[in-house]
Design a protein around this ligand. Structure first.
Ligand SMILES: *[C@@H]1O[C@H](CO)[C@@H](O)[C@H](O)[C@H]1NC(C)=O
Ligand SMILES: *[C@@H]1O[C@H](CO)[C@@H](O)[C@H](O)[C@H]1NC(C)=O
Length: 449
């Protein structure tokens, strides 16, 4: 059955609307609540108690370090809330501690200094073997948490501003000595909530939970210019039980990218990302909306992304890996996506390049299987999809259903392009590649939709 014609497209559009409405009205709204308990803290201190000044010029580095030292050493029952009143608090990078809430009032801004020369370094992540963009160590994230539990960053939509332009310019001029700092990183931590905060102008990735479990990120806004290099929104990395929802992300790179380490280092470290939920995300990116990869050497299992709205972007859904990565990417479900004005709707690729060094094992082939993409509606999508598996490790059980991606001038756009892939397709327009259609009636997809 062909689905190219306008009347068919209109019919399916109505069908999509009806479907979306029914699923919204009949089912209770599912949320991240419960993955990490929200804690209310009776012990409260303010950054101003430690000499903090919110005039945008005074350095608050000492105030942050002393306030957090106090929380760490007094260890009040139920933890402590650190209140940031309205004002602009300039500071160098700082470490959080366990059992604390960093609370930004309405109008509070925690602003990073631009003193790149004195920015502290931390060791490379073992699953990367080196910094992501430069060999050796990496600049510590602006707000950093290492080995923590029970940490909340929240408030009344105050702002964490990375003032990243100096870093972006160093990248553009190729004068970076080490890998740029993330805006917020939690490493080896659990029980983290990030909500009701605005993240702005990160030097590099915005929010990076790595080797973490039980992380909730909701009601956040993440903003960086479209031409800012590598300003990924949220990158769950070798982490499990991460839930991201109800957020607006518009940056210069992938909005959400699930990762798990890089080539031989990631394979040796062997820490997967699993049980990752991404829902009700809206935004725009010159690269991908929802991505898995390309660093997936520890494997990525059980990702659910649903109710995603993307516009003016590169690729809607991008699953990416490479020869030498190893790692199994499986059980990825993406559903209920609306996209408009995109270069590509869907891309699944096994050859994205980029190795940490020359010591990767060319026989370490990644595996990509059990991928479900369904209920996708696109307008002004230049190319519907590209699926390119690897000759010696074809992608299997790639299943597409109820997908309608219209081109910029009417329903026509660049056809699907596929190689080394098997799976099935049903109700996909424009018609996907023969590798998928020829098996559409045979129940080729192992998990029913
Ligand atoms: C912050 O944490 C990093 C990494 O754990 C550590 O190297 C650094 O010394 C800490 N900095 C301060 C000021 O405590
Ligand atoms: C903060 O922003 C979020 C996300 O945009 C919104 O849902 C929430 O109502 C805002 N909260 C406050 C206190 O303004």
């Amino acid at each position: 059955m062909k689905h190219g014609g306008v009347p068919n497209a209109v019919t399916s559009f109505v069908a999509v609307l009806v479907f979306l409405q029914c699923s919204c009205l009949s089912a209770e709204v599912v949320t991240c609540s419960g993955i990490v308990p929200m804690v209310y803290r009776n012990d409260k201190i303010s950054i101003t108690d430690f000499g903090g000044v919110g005039d945008g010029r005074t350095s608050n580095t000492k105030a942050f370090r002393e306030a957090i030292y106090r929380i760490d050493h007094l260890r009040r029952r139920g933890g402590t809330l650190l209140y940031i009143p309205p004002g602009v608090y300039l500071t160098e990078s700082f470490n959080l501690t366990s059992r604390m809430t960093l609370y930004l009032a309405r109008g509070a801004v925690i602003k990073a200094t631009q003193d790149t020369a004195n920015w502290p370094l931390v060791a490379p992540l073992p699953s990367y073997g080196r910094g992501r963009e430069r060999p050796g160590g990496r600049y510590m994230s602006f707000i950093h948490g290492d080995g923590l539990h029970d940490v909340i960053i929240t408030g009344e939509n105050g702002t964490i501003d990375g003032q990243g332009d100096v870093w972006w310019n160093m990248w553009r001029r190729r004068t970076l000595q080490f890998t740029r700092p993330n805006l917020v990183e939690f490493k080896d931590s659990r029980g983290i909530i990030i909500s009701n905060v605005i993240f702005k102008n990160s030097p590099f990735w915005n929010i990076h939970p790595v080797y973490c479990s039980n992380v909730v990120i909701r009601y956040v806004t993440i903003l960086a210019p479209a031409d800012s290099p590598n300003t990924d929104g949220i990158d769950p990395d070798s982490s499990s039980h991460v839930c991201i929802e109800d957020s607006y992300i518009s940056t210069g790179d992938d909005l959400v990218a699930v990762k798990s380490g890089w080539d031989e280092y990631g394979i040796a470290y062997g820490r997967p990302s699993n049980d990752i939920t991404i829902r009700r995300i809206t935004g725009s990116s010159p690269f991908a909306g929802i991505a898995v990869g390309s660093e997936t050497s520890g494997g990525v299992t059980n990702v659910l992304a649903e109710h995603i709205t993307l516009y003016n972007s590169g690729i809607g859904i991008h699953l990416k890996t490479n020869i030498g990565r190893g790692g199994i990417i499986r059980n990825i479900t993406v559903s209920d996506v609306f996209m408009e004005n995109m270069r590509k709707g869907i891309k699944i690729a096994g050859d994205v390049g980029d190795h940490p060094d020359e010591n990767y094992n060319p026989n370490a082939l990644p595996v990509m299987k059990h991928i479900r993409i369904k209920n996708v509606w696109g307008e002004k999508v230049l190319q519907a999809g590209v699926i390119q598996g690897l000759k010696n490790s074809p992608f299997t059980d790639i299943c597409l259903a109820n997908i309608n991606l219209r081109g910029s001038s009417g329903p026509r756009n660049v056809p699907w392009k596929c190689s080394d892939v098997s799976g099935g397709a049903s109700q996909v327009s424009p018609s996907p590649c023969a590798e998928l259609i020829s098996r559409s009636q045979t129940g080729a997809c192992s998990i029913p939709f």
